[in-house]
Design a protein around this ligand. Sequence first.
Ligand SMILES: [Ca+2]
Length: 352
Amino acid sequence: MNLPNLHLFAFLILATGAFAADTPPLQPPPKAPPVQIVFDTDIGNDVDDVLALAMLHSLATRGDCKLLAVTVTNPHELSGPFVDAINTFYGRPNIPVAVTRRGPNTGQGKFLGLAAIKDGDAPRYPHQLKSSAESPDPVKLLRQLLAKAADQSLVLVQVGFFTNFADLLDSKPDDISPLPGRELVKRKARLLSVMAGAFQTINHNNHYREYNVIKDIPAARKLAKDWPTPVVWSGFEIGIAVPFPVQSIERDFSYTPHHPAAESYYLYNPPPHERPTWDLTAVLHAVMPDRSYFSLSPPGVVTVEEDGFTRFTPKRNGRDRFLIMNETEAARVKEALVQLSSQPPNHTAGKP
Ligand SMILES: [Ca+2]
């Protein structure tokens, strides 16, 4: 070590206190406990549900959330097996999956068939659930999860139709819990993060009727009227403001020969199309509400009108808020969505 470097070395020791006996070792700040998540999806109708589910697995691997269950509002026979295949791909084959028997029947769509595809004799995406009909009843599963949960602990994420959670509100006391559905939700859940509705003008239309609402308007009206916890709405305008970067689909998922999210994307609407990120934004806010990815509207009340339009009325201490996003926030959101949805599975750490 020559003289100038010796001086630099001495300076670093003094500046960092590296060898001071009374300096405690650097430690990260304590991490918050993982957010307890239930994910409700109409998987099969658009590919953003698949990327959103991939995000939840990455967040679980990072210890930011625990994915307790997936409930499904698309009754197709392959919707449940498809979700089970995604969960298995990410190393969590035991997450319960429950599919509605009565939700809007929107068909197989473009990518649910991946659950049945084989390479030779082997399933490309292994899974245990053979058919949605073999899955548990979603309301029963939700009641079981709520009954077991600590008070004010569950965060529900809804990125499809309102069928399952509206049915949950209507559920009666049973051998799972003496509480009716609404009281059970009120006691055990602390937030509903929902992708639905529109709270800005969309393509010069200030009466935009959003897909997740209009496919089951009675259920949406019931939930909007009766839901007992705070609700944060990611409106249609948020997802379209953050298109998923095509470069990510083309490059970030190639760490494995077959990736179910990328393959679904190609089947649904291949690059160069950049799909809006509607469902992903509801997941990001649900798990990381304190990271300033979005701003929130003032409080108010959302009502669902007879034609499915979602009307927000400001109200002091109202139950509802909707996401707002400026350009700076949108840039951060896009980066987070890409990193979280493309993170490889880690089958050895941080499970579940
Ligand atoms: Ca969806």
